[in-house]
Design a protein around this ligand. Structure first.
Ligand code: 0A1
Ligand code: ZN
Length: 854
């Protein structure tokens, strides 16, 4: 890259340099007040030998009012600029010194929810990625690791920070964190909170006090979070040999939070939506998500906190690995096959979509303007897929060896992807040069398959190609682990799952000594994040749906059959509806199959998935036609199964609610059956199910079935009467009404709900409930005329000055514009230009809109 092409706001991986100094110890004192919180900081520092030479001292700081600045006790008269404070080199000693600052900040007016802010009377912090600079002057970068001591002064009863509590009194508390950490892991909470307490004894006998802190009244909905935490702690010891390392572990639920949760050392802060659960107020999906997020944040204690990232380009080092670990955990707690099917559905819906559009970027990007824009499906979900592939390639033992080496070699360090891959190389002797391409190249490889059969020999020939992505016109072949199995025509498996390692652009694999031409089951368990392009007959897909021993691929056969049926219908191809309908009806009636699996197999590809597939094949998706085709398929299946559904629903019914996988699977299938039945019985069964529901899964399941057929007004009113006091539950009420509105009503519905004076659009959960649902309503968002586009852009522009991070995240609704017809493309472009033209637009939203339009 030439100097001239460099954008001054852009940060480049290639520019990484170690920081000029080391911070040995930080002492912080907070005197909390809604306006004018005083933050006093003592930074014990010394020159960094790795930085060589004399340097200025540059501290990050944003929106801070500097009160005093002292160097080794002497006052310094320096004025900060907009982004920080520079102490000239000639003032700095070449030995250890103490820099003291005092600043004032206003948590009450911090609506961005980054730094120190207030949520319903409580103080809390969010420092990842670069929020600590809004609290005090500091080297706000992950490779500067220091020990923190924190004193909090406030009249509020509960005062929490990282590490262990050391002392407290009336109106104050002190905390000490013995583990060096980067500033992004700093946290502070002060509020009128109550604890749901628990305990854990580590395998070496350390006893840990656990607490989940919530607002009074919420304490009876914390048991699941606590239970999930204890299981996570045990699992990490058993599976990864990782033990917890402090005397306490605190989790706090906060109502105003931009993301899901945050892994601050010893003090995880959660979006309250991912903590609070009772059978009455939370669905099975909520329970599963809470379990997964509690585990994710806990697992960060080792993969993220003890070993952190050298710089933000290495974000996938902690996130990809930690997502992979939480996926393993959920699989162990529940069902591996079901979990894998669900994870791949999310990967395709979010990451494949991202990878095919203007926002595509490598798992390890090489530049960014605003790092908060890179907490993406690519870094997280594709990052996890890369770990999964590594494990497949080196085997379970190799993986365990590599991970042990990683923990012992890099504990206490800020590491890179090169360090990570070197550990695998050193532990297993594998050359991972080609594998590294997965980290540096964006785009989803397309894998084409050709077959040949001759004299008992069966040959599979694979060809890989990765389409261009922004800034990366040409891609090299990657190493792709392809798990395959072969079935006999009678359904017996003749080759159990075998991993083929593809490294070239085209590569053949031969299987000899077969009695009959086999049916291949390719990419079992989704062994690599690629798009498999294989022309197969509907019969063969139906055969695999009935016989594949790999449950993932069995479900995949049903999904691909449905996809081909819908695409054929939309592009004037063969009528595959009867073949799909009959194959699925057979599967659904098969009581020997896990209900959870049958519920998943019943799910039609989403409208967005169909649009993605059409675009990949060179068609222009028509959102209204996709919506109609998908509904018609659902109606046909409902009619075919009409006689079976009432019996199925009754057979799967009731019993006491427990948030376990088996119960969740039964409820999922029952609610799927109820939604189908509503298509043929006018909603009668769903109305009774709503009236009889004693848990949120069944209540929302029945409500959704009714809204889907344009009914449910009375049930909506009853739901609001029952849950109006609980904003997180009411988010379901908001989302469902938008998500299930008729396409031509979706934008108007979102507008009406958002206009309600009680609607707190400043809260990210509320905003997402309405506008996330609108952008997820494919036919509604892309309604001809552009009402959906305009409404979303209006609201993003309204949110941006207050909360740029959330506005930028939701702007990804527009990322799929290149797929559509010229009229829609023009409409979206006009909205993106309107956004970019807004005076004072945030760096966050400006970067996103700019990349989408480029
Ligand atoms: N590290 C957290 C996610 C997170 C990231 C950024 C945030 O603010 C910008 C907040 C949370 C995780 O992976 O769970
Ligand atoms: Zn994470």
């Amino acid at each position: 890259m030439t100097e001239a092409a460099r954008d001054p706001r852009t940060v480049y991986l290639a520019d990484y340099r170690p920081w000029s100094h080391l911070v040995d110890r930080v002492e912080l004192c907070f005197r909390l007040a809604p306006k004018g919180t005083k933050v006093a900081a003592k930074l014990h520092m010394r020159p960094n030998p790795a930085a060589r030479g004399r340097h200025v001292l540059r501290l990050d700081g944003e929106g801070l009012r500097l009160i005093t600045l002292k160097l080794d006790g002497a006052l310094l008269d320096l004025t900060p600029d907009e982004t920080g404070l520079t102490v000239p080199a000639d003032l700095l000693p070449e030995c250890p010194f103490l820099l003291e600052t005092e600043v004032a900040i206003d948590p009450e007016t911090n609506t961005a929810l980054e730094g120190l802010y207030m949520s319903r009377g409580m103080y809390c912090t969010q420092c990842e990625a670069e929020g600590f600079r809004k609290i005090t002057f500091y080297p706000d970068r992950p490779d500067v690791m220091a020990r923190f001591h924190v004193r909090i002064e406030s009249d509020l009863p509960v005062l929490l920070s990282n590490g262990n509590p050391t002392a407290s009194g009336e109106g104050w508390a002190e905390w000490d964190d013995p583990w060096p950490k980067p500033a992004y892991l700093f946290a502070l909470v002060a509020g009128d909170l109550v604890a749901h307490r628990g305990g854990f004894t580590t395998r070496s006998g350390r006893s840990v006090d656990l607490a989940v802190w919530v607002r009074p009244g919420d304490e009876d909905r914390c048991a699941w979070a606590m239970d999930s935490l204890i299981r996570s702690m045990k699992w990490d010891e058993e599976v990864y040999g990782r033990e917890y390392d402090l005397d306490v572990f605190n989790i706090v639920a906060v109502d105003d939070f931009n993301m899901g949760a945050m892994e601050n050392k010893g003090l995880n802060i959660f979006n309250s939506k991912y903590v609070l659960a009772s059978p009455e107020s939370a669905t099975d999906d909520d329970f599963a998500r809470i379990e997964a997020i509690i585990a994710h944040e806990y697992f960060h204690n080792w993969t993220g906190n003890r070993i952190t990232c050298r710089d933000w380009f290495q974000l996938c080092l902690k996130e990809g690995l930690t997502v992979f670990r939480d996926q393993q955990f959920s699989g162990d707690m529940r069902s591996h096959a079901v979990k894998r099917i669900e994870d791949v559905a999310v990967l395709r819906a979010r990451q494949f979509r991202e990878d095919q559009g203007p926002l595509a970027h490598p798992v390890r990007p090489e530049s960014f303007v605003e790092i908060n824009n890179f907490y993406t499906a690519t870094v997280y979900e594709k990052g996890a897929e890369l770990i999964r592939m590594l494990k497949t390639l080196v085997g379970d033992e190799g993986y365990a060896k590599a991970l042990n080496l990683y923990f012992s070699r890099h504990d206490g360090e800020a590491a890179t992807i090169e360090d990570w891959l070197k550990v695998f190389g050193d532990a297993t002797g594998r050359d991972l040069t080609q594998f590294a391409l997965w980290y540096s190249e964006a785009g989803t490889p397309r894998l084409k398959v050709a077959e040949a059969w001759q004299d008992g020999s069966y040959t599979l020939t694979f060809t890989q190609e990765t389409p261009p992505s922004p800034g990366q016109p040409v891609k090299a072949p990657k190493v792709i682990p392809i798990a395959v199995g072969l079935l006999n025509p009678n359904g017996d498996e003749v080759l159990p799952t075998t991993v083929l390692e593809m490294t070239g652009a085209t590569q053949s694999f031969r299987f000899d000594g077969l009695a009959a031409r086999p049916v291949p089951s390719i990419l079992r368990g989704f062994s690599a994040p690629v798009v498999l392009e294989r022309e197969t007959s509907a019969d063969e897909r139906a055969f695999l749906l009935a016989h594949d021993t790999d449950l993932f691929n069995r479900c995949e056969a049903g999904r691909s059959l449905a996809r081909e049926m819908l695409i054929a219908g939309l592009t004037g191809g063969e009528d595959l509806l009867p073949a799909w309908r009959d194959a699925l009806a057979r599967l659904i009636r098969d009581d020997t199959l896990d209900p959870a699996f049958r519920a998943l197999a019943l799910r039609l590809p989403s409208e967005d998935d169909i649009a993605q597939a059409l675009h990949q094949r060179g068609h222009t998706p028509d959102p209204a036609a996709i919506h109609a085709a998908r509904r018609a398929a659902g109606d046909a299946l409902a009619q075919a199964l009409a006689a079976d559904l009432p019996g199925m629903i009754a057979g799967l019914g009731a019993g006491r609610f427990a948030p376990d996988a088996a119960g969740a699977g039964r409820r999922a299938l029952r609610n799927a059956a109820l939604a189908l039945l509503a298509r043929v019985d006018g909603g009668a069964a769903a109305q009774s199910a709503f009236a009889a529901a004693d848990n949120m899964t069944d209540q929302t399941g029945a409500l959704a079935a009714l809204l889907d057929i344009g009914q449910g007004a009375a049930e909506l009113a009853r739901f609001r009467d029952e849950w109006g006091h609980d904003a997180n539950v009411m988010d379901k009420w908001l989302s469902l009404q938008v998500a299930l509105a008729a396409p031509d009503r979706a934008a108007a519905q979102a507008e009406t709900l958002a206009a309600d004076p009680g609607f707190d659009w400043r809260n990210p959960n509320r905003f997402r409930a309405v506008f996330g649902a609108l952008s997820g309503h494919h036919a509604g968002f892309h309604q001809a005329g552009g009402a959906g586009y305009r409404l979303l852009a209006d609201w993003l522009l309204r949110l941006d000055p207050l909360n740029p991070q959330t506005a930028a995240r939701l702007s990804t609704a527009f990322e799929t514009w290149p797929r559509y017809d010229a009229a829609r493309r023009d409409l979206i472009r006009a909205e993106l230009e309107r956004i970019l033209g807004q005076p004072g637009l945030s760096r966050d939203l400006a970067e996103m809109a700019g990349r989408m339009i480029a």
